[in-house]
Design a protein. Structure first.
Length: 98
């Protein structure tokens, strides 16, 4: 578990990437799906670089790295999907009550 300050810094950095992605969609008229794919590719590429940089034997550590990063992404995606579900349910309920 990371502390609150580290979490705040992580979210701030993530928001910077999201701001670029949002600008590509809204100002540069790029497809949402293309921007999402580019962002995932960039994350995968940087994660591979991070792993290679820290590794003593990349070939031997490859499967462990794949499992670790896959688990991290899955947990983050699940958390964010749940937040979106809650948000859209709240919006739906707000609309239905008016």
């Amino acid at each position: 578990m990371i502390d609150k300050e580290a979490a705040a810094n992580l979210f701030k950095m993530a928001d910077e990437f999201i701001d670029v992605a949002n600008r590509l969609v809204t100002s540069d008229n790029k497809d949402l799906e293309d921007v999402g794919a580019a962002l995932r590719y960039a994350a995968a590429r940087f994660s591979a670089h991070e792993t290679a940089y820290k590794s003593k034997d990349l070939a031997a550590e490859r499967n462990d790295a794949l499992a670790w990063f896959s688990n991290q992404y899955s947990e983050m995606l699940e958390e964010n999907l749940d937040q979106h579900i809650e948000h859209f349910e709240a919006q739906k309920n707000k609309t239905e009550s008016h």
